[in-house]
Design a protein around this ligand. Structure first.
Ligand code: DX5
Ligand code: ZN
Length: 216
């Protein structure tokens, strides 16, 4: 499995977004994680397609992984695809026909992913495992950066890895140098980290250290 580290732009300095995107790209991270919050699915608002388009403009070669924390992601697939999303992640808890929307993301030529919240049992993902490019196991209750990692979510990663040895499995929330190793042991190969990476004076060194630790 290919290890991937994804800085989450939510933790960037919003006064210097373009520079922060370039700093994340220069860190050698495989992709940028962009968190979209609708103040309904989660109790917070973040940003919309314009920030995805900004990332596509300032760092066209830096892969864009877009996490839709939205009750109705189905209404926003086109704007995010048009803005330059390359993977679109939708929640299994969303209020839409999840099978149909996963299919539609692929039909737009993008990769799809399904996301599962801490309180949702892992078997809710089983019907989708043959229709996805990636599974994202949330390790915090989504809505805010900077929360503590919920290790109790890791058995879901292990169960998914057992069922799909070759699937990309991502963790998101509270990921740092230590918790990334726990997630890797459970079977994750993709690691989103927001506050941990963006607060590093040397993000490149932190990304390299995290990659080495989780690959060991
Ligand atoms: C949580 C978001 C995460 C968040 C992670 O609602 O989906 O991607 O940015 O932030 P940290 O790494 O600070 O927990
Ligand atoms: Zn996220």
């Amino acid at each position: 499995m290919k290890t991937e580290i994804l800085p989450s732009l939510l933790a960037a300095d919003f006064g210097r977004l373009a520079d922060e995107i370039l700093r994340a790209e220069a860190s050698g991270a495989e992709a940028l994680h962009l968190d979209i919050m609708d103040a309904h699915f989660v109790p917070n608002l973040s940003f919309g397609p314009d920030v995805v388009a900004l990332a596509a403009k300032v760092a066209p070669g830096f892969y864009r992984n877009v996490h839709l924390m939205m009750t109705r992601p189905d209404l926003y697939l086109e704007p995010f695809a048009k803005a330059g999303a390359q993977t679109i992640q939708i929640h299994v808890e969303a209020d839409c026909d999840v099978h149909a929307e996963l299919k539609r993301i692929r039909a737009m030529g993008l990769k799809n992913a399904i996301v599962i919240n801490p309180e949702t049992p892992v078997d809710h993902l089983f019907p989708y495992l043959d229709e996805i490019d990636e599974a994202l196991v949330m390790t915090v209750h989504p809505g805010y950066g900077g929360q503590a990692f919920i290790a109790e979510c890791l058995p879901k990663v292990t169960e998914l890895r057992k069922r799909r040895p070759a699937l990309d499995i991502m963790v998101d929330g509270g990921v740092n140098a230590e918790t990334a190793v726990q997630a890797a042991k459970a079977g994750a190969n993709q690691f989103v980290a927001g506050s941990y990476l963006f607060r590093q004076p040397d993000m490149k060194a932190a990304v390299e250290a995290m990659r080495a630790e989780v690959s060991a």
